[in-house]
Design a protein around this ligand. Structure first.
Ligand SMILES: Nc1ncnc2c1ncn2[C@@H]1O[C@H](COP(=O)(O)OP(=O)(O)O)[C@@H](O)[C@H]1O
Ligand SMILES: [Mg+2]
Length: 256
């Protein structure tokens, strides 16, 4: 099994007003290709910080992060930025879209910057539009980003995260701001990406979302205290409901 992401004794400490806050404590984690890992836990337990540290968005305080065989904790800023651009996709709550660009231009921006895939601008635009159609937002490409709904913007973020065909996608509560129907749509897209081979790590508060992942990690106070293999995601309605019930019981045991 090909390891995509590995952490060794990962620690992250923030210092605020001279007070030390040890947010992540010796995290050892291995994620293999094709997994879809949900990260759950109480608010403030360190879920977002973990996601930022393993995706190279933030620097770790101690320990290491190895992504696709490269120790990213040892890379300089330029090489790290390049790796992130080419091999990782991000779907974060604060959606970091450029306000002076259209939805489509935001989506294709990583491709324009990375040039990972050799193609003309026209081809890039065509790929961007194809992704938008796939996510059901084909009609809003030329809109400004403040001219679309929250659900559409979240789908645009997914398109952008996919544009460079990353090895792995990191998502921080990708469905957090959405209603149930939009949330299900967004999840189904992530699941189909996962089925096509993209490894995904996803912070979520929603047991329904987590039940569709292949593994759930439970974080309390900066440490992984529980882990549950949920199985494969392609199940029927009834099995999914059973799985949700099982996961809910497990979450209660974890102190959820
Ligand atoms: N940039 C930062 N500077 C200082 N403290 C931070 C920063 N980001 C997060 N923290 C602190 O780290 C802890 C974990 O936060 P976070 O990872 O956002 O939790 P979660 O995503 O599980 O709700 C909290 O105590 C938070 O206040
Ligand atoms: Mg968070």
């Amino acid at each position: 099994m090909e390891t995509v992401l590995e952490t060794r004794s990962l620690c992250k400490t923030y210092i605020v007003n001279k007070r030390q806050n040890n947010v992540l404590k010796n995290i050892d984690l291995t994620i293999v290709k094709g997994e879809m890992v949900a990260v759950m836990g109480p608010s403030g337990s360190g879920k977002s910080t973990l996601l930022y540290c393993v995706s190279g968005m933030d620097r770790v305080t101690a320990g290491s992060v190895i992504f696709a065989g490269q120790e990213i904790t040892a890379l300089d800023d330029d090489r790290l930025a390049e790796l992130r651009l080419n091999e990782m996709g991000f779907i974060f709550q604060q959606m970091y879209m450029m306000k002076n660009l259209t939805v489509l231009d935001n989506i294709i921006l990583p491709a324009v910057k990375a040039k990972k895939i050799r193609e003309s601008r026209k081809q890039t635009v065509e790929r961007g539009l194809a992704l938008m159609r796939r996510l059901g937002i084909g009609e809003v490409g030329s809109n400004d980003i403040n001219e679309v709904s929250g659900g559409q913007l979240q789908r645009a973020c997914i398109c952008r995260s996919m544009i460079n065909s990353p090895k792995m996608i990191f998502a921080d509560e990708p469905t957090g701001a959405l209603n149930r129907a939009s949330s299900d749509d967004v999840m189904n897209e992530l699941l189909s990406l996962n089925r096509e081979g993209t490894t995904i790590m996803c912070v979520t508060h929603d047991p329904k979302v987590a039940a569709k992942c292949s593994r759930v990690l439970y974080i309390v106070d900066g440490g992984i205290v529980g882990e549950k293999i949920t199985g494969h995601f392609e199940v029927g309605e009834k099995e999914l409901r059973d799985r949700e019930r099982d996961l809910n019981n497990w979450l209660i045991e974890q102190g959820w």
